[in-house]
Structure formats: C-alpha cells, structure tokens
Design a protein around this ligand. Structure first.
Ligand code: XLS
Ligand code: MG
Length: 344
C-alpha cells in the first residue's frame, strides 16, 4: 500500500536567522501570523514545542496552562489545522543546564519531569496523543561528568512515570548524536527502540527520525527509517538535509543529496507511511542570508521536492528494477536510478 502524505512543520521553522555568531536578521513573525501561512504553503498540521503553544508556561498553574492550550486548539480549528505533536522544550531553562532527566541535581531532575507532565497536558488539550522527545542536553561534554548507565536508567524511569501519568500518550524519541552536547545518550534510532523495550509500555515508545541527525551519526536516514518501520515505530519524521558531519544545518529537503532524499521518500512510500495518521514533518530553516519576504520558501521548496521525488519513485519501471535485482546487476540499477533522477 503506497503512503499517504500530509505535511507539517513547527513555528520554529519560520526563523529570524540568528546563529551562535550573530543576531537575528529578519523580523519576528508572530505565532498567530505563522498559523495563517500554513495552508498557503501546502501544510495541514502544526508541530509544537510546549511553550510555542503556551508561552511563559513556567509562570502558570497547571489549570492555566490547560486553558491557554485549549484556546490555541480553537485557533487551530479555525484555520483547519491539526496539532501533530508537542515536544517539551527542556534545553533553555537554567535548571536544565546540565540536562533534564539526567541532571546530577535532583531538584533539576524534578523540574524536568514536572515540565514533561505539563507538556503532556498541553498535548491533550491540543488534541494529539503524540509527544516528541528530543533529548537535547541528556549527555555530557566530558564523559566523567555523569555515569552513562545511571543516565539511561534515569531516562527509562522518567518515561515510565510519563507513560503512567497519561494512559494513552505515545512518545516518539528524536535521536540526535551531538549538539548541543559533545555526546548525547540516545544517539540513534536503535538506541531509542532498545530503550522502549525497558519501559512499562514499549508499544507507546517510538521514534521521530530527523534526516540531519542520522547523517550526523554517520548513518543513512532511509536505512534508519527502514529500521524503525520494520519495528512499527516510525511515528514521525523530520525531513531536511545536511552537508556532512558538522553542526545541525536543517537545510531544505533534498538540497544537498537528491538521491539520499529520494531513498527516504521511497522507503516511506513503499511502507505505507501516513496510513496510520503519521505526518511528514519538514524540520528545515531558511538560510541566514534569505531576505524576510521569502523566508518561508524553504518549507514549500522542501514539500515540492518531496512530491517530485515521490513522482519519480512511483514512475520507476518496477519490473525492470526487479529483474536487475534478480540478475544482481547493480551497476545497471545504479544507472537506472540516476537516469530517473536526472529526468532521462
Ligand atoms: C533539534 C531538533 C528539535 C526537535 C524538536 O535539533 O530537531 O527542533 O525537532 O524538539
Ligand atoms: Mg527535529
């Protein structure tokens, strides 16, 4: 069964252009204005950080948080948009300097768990059962700073607490090997899926695979996706592109390596991705040099490339592909794919 594709992005993907070396270069676009841009760009769903939905949530009571999130849900409904997931933003607060769940300070660990619970409440109010968990600072700059076995146990215990806190919530871990940390504890899809097995509800832990994160780990994103698909655990994707192992670039999908992008589209399509309600998230950022007026083009361009590569994948002569595979003539198969990608 072929895939069914609906597209999502997060408000952080319309970005002011600041980087670690320089300030914003574009005006801030208000969240309410961003919501008005989704449909025109070809997107049907919104990915949230908890405080994208409820800013300053640390200053609010749990009841106030839920009521603000419900108000956001009404605005989403008005735009015909759905919330795909909510992710706890656990990397900006002073209490998460040394990580959240794996901080060496018990009071900081407590804060991180509390924040996770509030994030789950927000997801509930926005009408989604999916939480994405990017373990941003759950790692170290130097190995001696934390005990890595203890750290993994802390993550398992936290997940157990959350799975118990809400009986239906599902958590898609978004693995990333580094940045901001030197090393992060759950760096790959395999780690995330192994971790799931240690929780009280393994069937409610899956993954969100980001192309760039897999590339940073030296892995092929489409094979990572295939691994997760084989386990029935691919619940979201963050498609983008990345020029080698350096900082996380969030480049437009397909803009570095078209064939690598093609293979991501192909594996998703061949395994009916989207038929259980999964979305195609595009975690892309406009270049810092981009002028404000067109700083949403990276989103529509990424979607356009996805759909173009989907067309190419579906138009391949499958009989020819199968016969080349049977003959083990991979040189001819290589050429067939390159010809398809170059339009001849
Ligand atoms: C950062 C991540 C982040 C997550 C959501 O590298 O991609 O944006 O997708 O928390
Ligand atoms: Mg991401």
């Amino acid at each position: 069964m072929p895939g069914v594709f609906r597209f999502t992005f997060g408000p952080w993907n319309i970005h002011e252009g600041q980087d670690p070396f320089g300030p914003a270069v574009r005006d801030r676009v208000e969240f309410s204005r961003k919501l008005g841009l989704y449909k025109g760009l070809g997107f049907d769903g919104v990915q949230f950080h908890d405080d994208d939905a409820v800013p300053e949530m640390n200053d609010l009571s749990p009841a106030q948080i839920v009521s603000q999130a419900k108000a956001v849900k009404a605005v989403l409904d008005g735009h015909g948009l759905a919330a795909e997931f909510v992710a706890p933003r656990l990397w900006e607060d002073p209490r998460t300097i040394d990580g959240g769940f794996t901080s060496n300070d018990p009071a900081c660990r407590q804060y991180a768990r509390e924040r996770f619970r509030r994030c789950i409440d927000i997801a509930d109010a926005l009408g989604t059962d999916l939480i994405v968990l990017w373990l941003a600072r759950e790692g170290t700059y130097i190995r001696e700073a934390k005990d890595s076995a203890w750290a993994v146990d802390q993550i398992v215990e936290t997940l157990n607490e959350m799975l118990t806190y809400h009986p239906r919530i599902r958590v898609a871990i978004e693995p990333k090997p580094n940045e901001p940390m030197d090393h992060t504890y759950i760096p790959t899809t395999g780690h995330a899926i192994a971790l799931a097995q240690r929780t009280v509800a393994p069937e409610r832990i899956g993954v969100n695979i980001e192309s760039a994160h897999a590339i940073l780990a030296g892995l092929d994103p489409s094979d990572e996706m295939g691994f997760a698909l084989s386990f029935g655990k691919l619940w979201s994707v963050h498609l983008n592109d990345q020029n080698g192992p350096k900082f996380d670039q969030d480049k437009s999908f397909g803009s570095v390596d078209l064939r690598r992008a093609f293979n991501q589209v192909r594996i998703l399509d061949r395994h009916g991705y989207g038929r259980k309600g999964e979305s195609v998230g595009l975690d892309v950022k406009a270049m810092r040099t981009q002028k404000a007026g067109a700083a949403t083009r990276h989103l529509s361009n990424s979607r356009t490339m996805f759909l173009r590569l989907l067309e190419i994948s579906r138009a391949l002569d499958e009989a020819a592909v199968q016969s080349l595979i049977a003959e083990r003539d991979y040189e001819a198969l290589d050429l067939l794919i390159m010809q398809a990608l170059t339009g001849r």
